[in-house]
Write a new protein. Sequence first.
Length: 235
Amino acid sequence: MTQSKALVLFSGGQDSTVCLASALSRFDEVETVGFDYGQTHSVELTCRFRVLDEIKAKFPQWGAKLGPDHMLNLRELAQISDTALTRDMAIEMDESGLPNTFVPGRNLLFFVYASALGYRRGATTLVGGMCETDYSGYPDCRNDTIQTLAQSVSLGMARDFTFETPLMYIDKAQTWALARELGGDALVDLIIEHTHTCYRGDRTQRHDWGYGCNTCPACELRANGFAKWQSASGA
């Protein structure tokens, strides 16, 4: 019988870790891919390896399904970008109404490169943590963007690709709830201790929800979602 296989776009953050857990609960084999695009919060590239190790140690039933991890070099993106994630600059709203943490083309490139990798690896289901419910307004996180790209990739590679986004229509509080549903308190604790979401790459400050500066948009979303989830669950 042919086994089902997925390739997860895995940054080492909260969202991609929950997506990885979701894929591991549903597929027979799961590989991961990360991207070095010259991000200023490059600590996430180190954290992602720790998260994978912790998943293997804490969830052996999932660890048995984890295939190779891949790291792709997209550092040219930083050279052609002028954003707070690729330059040393303050985080603020730009004239378009988007935060200057938006890196134009980032998620599009991620999926295209992951598709090329998946084509070679026999994985035509790609899983990403994009969300348009509780996010910073990035246009490349919207479902229309992702699914239109999936159609283009399928046409361009003459192979049917599926782009899954399990978090697309849930907020950060529901993401915490999904983590507990998938892996119990052990997965929640793993996310708090080992994942990285902070745009400033701050691993010096430990909060109830994890490590971060507690002021950037990514930290605010994660912290507010954690508080809302705890309040709703009575934790």
